[in-house]
Ligand binder design. Structure first.
Ligand code: SF4
Ligand code: SF4
Length: 470
């Protein structure tokens, strides 16, 4: 017997119109009140409403809202699962994250790495580094011989991460990495706290052609930033970082300015815009600010953490994000990425679905830490419980079974996700959160995706109203 799919969500766009979103087929349709009423009645009664005219019925069927049999619907879901698993299994390791040390000169109040790692650290040895270089050579050969070399998406990159990669004790390691990247013409990105730019400036200038971007964090004006991003002795870092940003921009290297947002700093975000203007950064195309929510992977409730939907709501209401004039062009999170990607893809193209949750489950990224562990997730660098392999002064050894736990994490088969209409938007949530909270990687870790979509849709309602149900 024909039935209405459960993979449908409704969002009110105006007094007369509602957006109908089919999370299984990716269809979006704006319906009037009469059609919405009939659809709603159908869903509640679990019987197809006889009052649908033929044209409406056929359209609902063609767009995957109505199925004649459960098998038809299941076939689509199975096909999407097959494509997701198959494309994930083909991904090659092309993103190489090198952490010269896990030590850091800062003690940021919300850091996910933990200060023990920052205080008691070792440096990557030259032999370890050579083993990584060798691994990169081999991986690039595999990449060049594969189909993936046709796509820019997977083109090899090196990222410097830590700890703080630009500690002065890392200088010779960083120099070697730059030389290596330069020879192979592999772009290098750097994630730094920005306090040691002066010490590295000559090196950065020298190798600026291979440095694709430098990510630096500012969390608010001086008063706010200086209570969050502090040295070990409690001093603030705001002035030092601003000087560093100025110097980098003069070299022509792109700055990705990250703002970590939680309840403690969200009210002060607007002041950052004045700081960007005052420093003449706002109009510089090399300066790209973005916000990202601070996360707690362990705790279900933390008094400082904002849900992504709450953060987005505040950003949009204040005009900081979501219109032409907004100073934040991007909000970075796996949840938010899929929502924007979905709505920005035009309706005549195949809408994207989340084939894998994040870079850690995608499988292209390996993160090398001086303790000899390899992880796929940046958050877990140097944490043995998350390793997918090891390396020493002789070789790199990947544990394929452990790697598969990430890259083949089958969210289509997780019990709660199977029943969830956001499955294709969510892909089971953050695996680290699943491990930290529930002790298992193959366990769902729900984000507030429903509310996030609702807020996003409300902001683009006028645009959506232009594509009415015909
Ligand atoms: S596994 Fe979680 S913490 Fe790691 S990259 Fe993915 S979303 Fe981030
Ligand atoms: S993790 Fe939660 S929200 Fe995501 S698909 Fe699974 S059940 Fe749905």
């Amino acid at each position: 017997m024909a039935y209405f799919t459960k993979y449908v969500c409704f969002y009110k766009l105006s007094n007369e119109n509602t957006l109908m979103l089919n999370t299984l087929t990716g269809a979006i349709d704006v319906v009037d009140n009469e059609t919405f009423y009939l659809i709603n009645k159908t869903i509640k009664s679990r019987k197809i409403n006889k009052k649908f005219d033929d044209q409406t019925y056929i359209k609902l069927k063609n767009r995957g809202y109505i199925f004649e049999t459960k098998n038809e619907e299941l076939k689509i879901k199975n096909k999407l699962r097959e494509i997701s698993l198959s494309s994930n299994s083909k991904v090659l390791n092309t993103k190489f994250v090198i952490c010269p040390t896990m030590g850091c000169n800062l003690r940021c109040t919300y850091c996910f790495e933990g200060n023990d790692m920052h205080k008691n650290f070792k440096l990557m040895s030259e032999k370890q580094l050579n083993v990584i270089f060798n691994h990169i050579h081999q991986s690039i050969d595999k990449f060049k011989a594969s189909d993936q070399s046709k796509s820019k998406l997977n083109y090899p990159t090196i990222s410097l991460f830590g700890g703080e990669p630009l500690l002065s004790c890392n200088y010779s390691i960083i120099e070697k990495i730059f030389r290596f990247s330069n020879e192979l013409k592999i772009p290098v990105s750097i994630v730094t706290n920005g306090t040691t730019i002066n010490e590295y400036f000559d090196l950065i200038e020298k190798f600026k052609d291979i440095i694709s971007v430098i990510q630096i964090t500012l969390d608010g004006n001086k008063a706010i930033h200086d209570i969050r991003r502090i040295y070990a002795d409690g001093r603030g870092t705001f002035d030092k970082i601003c000087n560093g940003i100025d110097k980098i921009l003069k070299t022509g290297i792109k700055i990705s300015l990250r703002i970590n947002v939680d309840k403690e700093n969200i009210d002060g975000i607007s002041e950052l815009k004045n700081i960007f203007d005052k420093n003449n950064w706002s109009k510089n195309p090399l300066f790209v600010p973005y916000a990202s929510p601070v996360k707690c992977y362990k705790c279900i409730q933390d008094s400082n953490i904002l849900k992504e939907s709450e953060m987005l709501d505040i950003f949009i209401k204040n005009g900081w994000y979501g219109n032409e004039q907004s100073f934040l062009k991007t909000v970075l999170s796996p949840v938010f990425g899929v929502v924007t990607n979905f709505f920005e893809t035009s309706n005549d193209k195949i809408k994207p679905w989340k084939q894998t949750y994040c870079e850690a489950t995608f499988g292209a990224q390996y993160c090398f830490s001086p303790d000899g562990t390899i992880t796929t997730c940046l958050t877990c660098v140097g944490k043995p419980k998350y390793k997918i392999g090891t390396f020493d002064e002789n070789s790199v050894n990947i544990d394929e079974n452990k790697l598969k736990m990430w890259t083949q994490r089958d969210y289509f088969n997780m019990q709660k996700c199977k029943e969830c209409k956001f499955l294709l938007f969510c892909a089971g949530g953050c695996p680290v959160q699943s491990v930290e909270r529930f002790g298992r990687i193959d366990y769902p870790s729900c984000d507030d995706i429903e509310k996030t979509i609702e807020i996003y849709v409300k902001n683009i309602a006028n645009k959506l109203l232009l594509s009415k149900w015909r």
